[in-house]
Design a binder for this molecule. Structure first.
Ligand code: HEC
Length: 133
């Protein structure tokens, strides 16, 4: 009886410790993703997340972890960080992603993505968020 309950307690404690360790690693991994995105772009991914909502990018794009961003006009931005090209036109490098977000029609006047009046520092923050995806 007693050894069974000790066994039960140890199993419970082990589960809690593993869960805590997992939670810690998850937060740690998310933090590293954010730091990497900042180093790539010089932008702030949290501000970028907010700006994406202010500019309504989610009306046209599906964007992970952005509320109401389920648009189907343009491509989903899930995994954009790992893509080889941006919009099939520019090599996927931070300065090109920033340029695209700021002035898509300077890249291609016929693109359906509109000029939204995003400033350069804002495009930098937005690119930082996109590189966390
Ligand atoms: C009116 C709809 C619309 C809005 C609003 C819009 N986009 Fe787009 N976006 C598009 C379309 C359409 C494309 C595909 C363009 C192309 O290939 O010419 C695109 C392409 C992109 C791409 C390249 C995707 C890829 O897979 O290569 C990125 C990045 C992007 N948009 C980011 C944004 C961001 C950030 C915002 C908000 C600041 C935004 N878009 C707002 C329609 C939109």
């Amino acid at each position: 009886m007693r050894s069974a309950s000790i066994l039960g307690w140890s199993a419970g404690i082990a589960v809690v410790l593993i869960a805590a360790g997992y939670g810690y690693n998850y937060v740690d991994a998310q933090r590293q993703v954010a730091i990497r995105a900042h180093l790539l772009t010089g932008g702030d991914p949290v501000r970028g997340w907010q700006l994406i909502q202010n500019y309504g990018c989610g009306g046209c794009h599906t964007i992970p972890r952005v509320p109401q961003a389920a648009g189907k006009v343009g491509p989903s931005l899930k995994g954009i960080g790992g893509q080889v090209y941006i919009a099939g036109r520019l090599e996927n490098r931070p300065e090109n992603l920033i340029a695209w977000v700021q002035h898509p029609r300077a890249v291609d006047p016929l693109t359906a993505m509109p000029e939204l009046g995003v400033t350069q520092p804002q495009a930098r923050d937005i690119a930082a968020y996109l590189y966390t995806l």
